[in-house]
Write a protein of this length. Structure first.
Length: 205
């Protein structure tokens, strides 16, 4: 059986790490948005700036793929992982933007628990990306992300049950449901990142 030669090119790992660091920033800004009060516009602007910076990192990653003859792992996996990281940031920015645009001043209590889940997912992902040089060592990472995603699912169902309890006006239900669904999608997107890392580990083993 032939051996595959994979060059050591830390630029890819650095860019994945940079992308994940943007997610930590985004999750923290989302947490700030929940209690920003009159400062919400300022927080939303910081989130837009962070999302733009994340886009720049993603573009740099894809440019690197297109200009590199031999990549550390399959090109399609690099694209998938880069896109998945970018999707998380887009969804978190979407939540912040909707809170601002919908002029939502009070969110259901468990929403903060969802943001806690997102912050933990972001931290774990940022810790995992530098270790992509040995993806097989990251099983604890994708297992924990899966556990967090399950926690997010349970929180999501309870938030929806509370939302439809009759406590909220119809127009508020519509606004809040959009925000709650995007939060759930952001947590799911973190799981997609972890699943992609697991797929890379399987291929490289």
């Amino acid at each position: 059986m032939g051996l595959r030669f994979r060059p050591v090119d830390n630029a890819f790992y650095d860019l994945f790490t940079e992308s994940a660091t943007h997610l930590v920033t985004g999750a923290d800004l989302l947490a700030q948005m929940l209690s920003a009060g009159e400062e919400r516009e300022a927080v939303a602007q910081k989130m837009r700036d962070a999302e733009h910076a994340a886009d720049e990192t993603t573009h740099s990653l894809f440019k690197k793929v297109n200009s590199t003859f031999v990549t550390p792992f399959d090109r399609e996996d690099i694209y998938s992982l880069g896109s998945a990281l970018d999707d998380v940031m887009d969804l978190m920015e979407e939540v912040v933007d909707m809170i601002l645009l919908y002029e939502v001043h009070e969110l259901p209590p468990r929403v903060s628990e969802q943001v806690d889940v997102l912050q933990r997912c972001a931290e774990l992902t940022a810790q995992a990306m530098p270790k992509l040089t040995d993806p097989g060592s990251l099983s604890d990472y994708w297992i924990e992300i899966n556990r967090l995603e399950n926690t997010g699912d349970k929180n999501h169902r309870r938030i929806l049950a509370h939302l439809f309890s009759g406590e909220y006006k119809t127009i508020d239900v519509l606004k809040l449901k959009d925000i709650i669904e995007s939060l759930e999608e952001a947590i799911d997107a973190f799981e997609k990142v972890a699943n992609t890392v697991e797929q890379i580990a399987v291929k490289e083993s």
